[in-house]
Design a protein around this ligand. Structure first.
Ligand SMILES: [Zn+2]
Length: 421
């Protein structure tokens, strides 16, 4: 508290965050492997990112595991790993009901967000997501209509003052709602952020993009380079408007195809059915989401739930570990301890792939037609934990010394507490 009684900071999940003194934007570059930035910077085609690297702070960070979208978005807005906030996947098996659940709401998020705390403290705060499936969780607790704005690019036309804190988003951005499978889904979210800044409607913004482009295109491909340049232009505009911009990613992205172009997959469900019989184990792919078209629900991390009549945990671990392409098969509780995972979503055995390999359940459960002959690119394991971590203004020596190995969920701490004032 200052002398006039105004709140100067908020305490969220054990960390104190200073209220922004000027507009602050955190951009979650979904699926932005550091290679996309490195290539564009080397080619000299990302002037805003280059400016951030030159004038501010640019490093790499580790994402939370599993390196999927929902767990990491939730980590970024809460400042803590899945072990604390509870969201350890996009999709999980509810052990109590035996039903699988797609995470599209805010039920699983157990702790408050930095964004809601800031809005409660009087900071006009906006959450803009590319995909609507993240909006509810990321906007949890946000006082919509008072100091909170939350909408998605995917359902921009549906935004209403009462439910989203803003009307007529398409008019605001100046174009119609983007296709959910398009690069423009992300660019629309960034443009909306720019418009909110220009019209002074938010002082703190969280803009969460989609990884549609990165799933389909390697860093050197024209589509990826065009996309990165388009992102760069929006960041430039935000900085020109006087905002502090922080950028990180939820996960990286790697090619998971064989030399002949076919997906390089270990179907863990089939491996276990062959070894222990059909129905002995159930494999859950936590990458599964309503956007499976570009990855076929294949990623670098799966969970095995063993049937009551099934094999021992140790037998499953031994069986899976022996398969080429498996980096680690761990007892669920050991994986939770090692990687700060949420125990309530963990399986009996946690399986992580090696670099360049995707994991699946049974081959018959995965629809790969959406790949349409493209090479599989995906994420989920430790190999995709490396992400960019950038802030447009310098960070204090104190902050840097306290975070020698930043996590992506330190980004709000960096932009709010670490900047040189
Ligand atoms: Zn993602």
């Amino acid at each position: 508290m200052s002398n006039d009684g105004a709140v100067q900071n908020v305490l969220v999940n054990g960390r104190t965050y200073a209220l922004p003194q000027r507009p602050v934007v955190v951009v979650l570059l979904d699926g932005c492997d550091p290679d996309y930035l490195a290539l564009g910077l080397q080619a000299g085609e990302l002037p805003a990112f280059a400016r951030i690297a030159r004038e501010g702070f640019a490093d790499e960070a580790l994402s939370a595991l599993p390196s999927f979208t929902n767990p990491n978005n939730c980590s970024v807005v809460t400042g803590v790993p899945p072990a604390i906030h509870g969201v350890s996947g996009n999709f999980y098996l509810d052990r109590q009901s035996g039903e699988t659940v797609m995470v599209t709401g805010d039920n699983e998020l157990k702790v408050p967000t930095i964004l809601a705390a800031m809005a409660d403290a009087g900071v006009p705060t906006a959450v803009v997501t590319a995909k609507d499936k993240l909006r509810a969780a990321l906007a949890k607790g946000l006082p919509i209509g008072r100091l909170g704005i939350a909408f998605s690019a995917q359902h921009a036309a549906a935004a209403q003052l009462k439910t989203h804190g803003v009307n007529d988003v398409c008019d605001l951005v100046g174009r119609s709602e983007p296709d959910q499978y398009s690069a423009d889904l992300s660019l629309f979210a960034l443009d909306a952020g720019v418009k909110l800044l220009e019209s002074n409607r938010a002082q703190l913004l969280y803009l969460s993009l989609s990884d549609y482009v990165q799933h389909r295109h390697a860093p050197e491909e024209k589509e990826a380079r065009d996309f990165m340049r388009s992102v760069d232009a929006r960041l430039a505009r935000m900085m020109d408007l006087g905002a502090i911009v922080g950028a990180t990613a939820d996960h990286g992205m790697h090619d998971m195809a064989r030399p002949d172009g076919s997906p390089n997959v270990v179907f863990v469900g089939d491996v276990l059915a062959d070894a222990f019989g059909p129905g002995s184990c159930r494999v859950i792919c936590p990458i599964t989401d309503p956007f499976v078209r570009h990855h076929g629900a294949l990623g670098g991390f799966v969970r095995v739930h063993i049937a009551p009549s099934g094999p021992e945990v140790s037998e499953v671990i031994q069986c899976v570990s022996a398969v080429a392409g498996i980096d680690q098969a761990l007892k669920g509780e050991d994986a939770c301890r090692r990687y700060d995972l949420a125990p309530e979503m963990e399986g009996d055995v946690t399986v992580i792939a090696t670099h360049g390999v995707a994991l699946g359940g049974c081959a018959t459960e995965h629809d790969l037609s959406g790949l349409a002959g493209d090479r599989l690119r995906s994420h989920g394991g430790t190999a995709e934990q490396r992400v960019p971590f950038m802030v447009s203004t310098p960070l204090t020596q104190t902050w840097r010394s306290a975070h020698p190995h930043p996590r992506n969920y330190d980004i709000f701490d960096a932009v709010l507490n670490g900047v040189v004032r």
